[in-house]
Design a protein around this ligand. Structure first.
Ligand code: 5GP
Length: 188
């Protein structure tokens, strides 16, 4: 049987550059968790992660939030196998629970054009949460097309397509423990 190259070589071989290393991510996630714990002291949080990119970040972040919290998930349409947003956002999987009157924290992997987050904020605001805040691991600020309010940012990243720590290219590379840039030949 002919095997896929990814099964015979390391995924790390496809990475041209590591932008943010594992230790750096873990240090920053700890800081964010501590900051969120302080900011929401005395409250109960509903943490909403946007699938699938935010799953690793969510799993690490909530371990550093020392508050009563629940977790829910939303899935929105993504880029598919491309690397640029189509600008069209759709909810593919909605929340399990109502959010009215709750203190909601949206956890995102990356904010790029801002279209996804803008759509999510508009949609979730209509459901009347008590408060609505945003925490993103990565902020690709120079590509912003819509000004969206972000309360917590892990790292600002340059205008490059990044993978790892939850972020994919064509559904691969999510499990890399760092944030990296792929070699150009991977996209060809
Ligand atoms: P926006 O709507 O802000 O343009 O894009 C947000 C979504 O696009 C993110 O949640 C993520 O799924 C995807 N995205 C944007 N930039 C990147 C990137 O550099 N790498 C990966 N893997 N996904 C990205």
């Amino acid at each position: 049987m002919k095997s896929h190259p990814a099964l015979t070589t390391s995924l790390t071989d496809d990475v041209a550059e590591i932008l943010i290393g594992e230790q750096e991510i873990q240090r920053r996630v700890r800081e964010l968790g501590a900051q969120i714990t302080r900011d929401f002291a005395g409250e109960e949080l509903l943490v909403i992660a946007v699938l699938k990119g935010a799953i690793l970040f969510l799993a690490d972040l909530i371990r550093h939030i020392d508050l009563p919290l629940s977790v829910d998930f939303l899935a929105v349409s993504s880029y598919g196998a491309g690397t640029r947003s189509s600008g069209v956002v759709r909810i593919l999987k909605d929340l399990d629970e109502p959010i009215e009157g709750r203190h909601v924290l949206i956890v995102e992997d990356i904010v790029d054009s801002g279209r996804t987050l803008d759509y999510l904020l508009r949609t979730l605001r209509q459901r009347r949460p008590a408060t609505l805040h945003v925490c993103t691991l990565l902020d690709k600020r120079e590509r912003r097309e819509i000004d969206v309010p972000i309360d917590y940012v892990g790292f600002e990243v340059p205008d490059a397509f990044v993978v790892g720590y939850g972020l994919d290219y064509a559904e691969l590379y999510r499990q890399l423990p760092f944030i990296g840039v792929l070699k150009p030949e991977i996209y060809e």
